[in-house]
Design a protein around this ligand. Sequence first.
Ligand SMILES: O=C(O)C(=O)C[C@]1(C(=O)O)C=C[C@@H](O)C=C1
Length: 379
Amino acid sequence: MTEKTTEELEQLRDLIDGVDQQLLHLLRKRLDLVAQVGAVKHGAGLPIYAPEREAAMLAKRREEAEAIGIQPQLIEDVLRRLMRESYLNEKDVGFKQVREDLGKVVIVGGDGQLGRLFGQMLALSGYQVVSLDKDDWQQADAMFDGAGLVLVTVPIGITCELIREKLSNLPNDCILADLTSIKSAPIEAMMEVHSGPVVGLHPMFGPDVGSFAKQVVVVCHGRDSDQYQWLLEQIKIWGARIVEAEAERHDKAMQLVQAMRHFCTFVYGLNLCREGVDMENLLQFSSPIYRLELAMVGRLFAQNPELYADIIFSQRESFNVISNYLGNFADALKVIEAEDRDTFIKQFNEVSQWFGELAPQFRNESRAMLQSVNDLKSH
Ligand SMILES: O=C(O)C(=O)C[C@]1(C(=O)O)C=C[C@@H](O)C=C1
């Protein structure tokens, strides 16, 4: 590089630094305004997540970007990232309490990750929350006395047994709810032991989410839904979407969405490990999609094996679903073994047709994800 080039570059980079610093101040200003919005919403009991406002704002900014020669997607990406920050910051002011005369909330398994998360959200909404964990059963009667909600979030394998053995003496009008990732059996157990309101919930996210905004909580009704309507409203105020489902339909979907998904990821990792793959070497050659795939596999093995064993072993029927997959895998392997390209392409087209409009939609969604993965690279 010549001296002149170096000098020119330095001058321009100084100017860029100046612009980036202005951006920082603008960001500070925006965060402060959002904090004020948070306080107003808290007072009025409005949910954090305001989809109509987001859609209108994004459309307007996209238009304005285009008018001054900026890619609309750029401003959309930036604003979506900023709004994610808004969800986190709005949490600091707390949430409106929908039901003020509830009495205590007892979280059975309150020291677990999901229990802690729900305990925190309920406390941020003004409820008195107590945690009942393994060593607290001697005080259980005193804890349940005056409880308005008992929320069960213990490992799937012991949920039904615990409900039947320990929760048969709750106050009559207390709501009994659970957060288990299967729904039929726990709801059946809760209905059996408790004559008051019963509801099954399944948060479709892990305990490491920063905010409930845009997350889904599945609700399977048990008994006296008017008594726990406030709880669903409360969850909506936290930003989540409530999806109502029949317990059986939910459990069937979970065989694919959870058991099969996690099992395949497990086998993928097992295979890498048994093949003795040199990960460093592989990562050097990884395309963004492969990096994303490895990240999805690797993240499983950074978590608790008990949790995944619970999920995979929770429904006997999952075995059939996974067996069918194995059958399709074997069939597809035969096509490759026979070097039958035509059949492969024919089957590919069949599946593509079956996906229909969702295929191009998923292509667009994944494009943004892959670009983000690439952005994360530092060399
Ligand atoms: O305008 C609001 O209601 C806000 O809460 C602010 C904001 C934003 O960051 O612009 C954040 C979250 C909402 O989903 C919409 C917009």
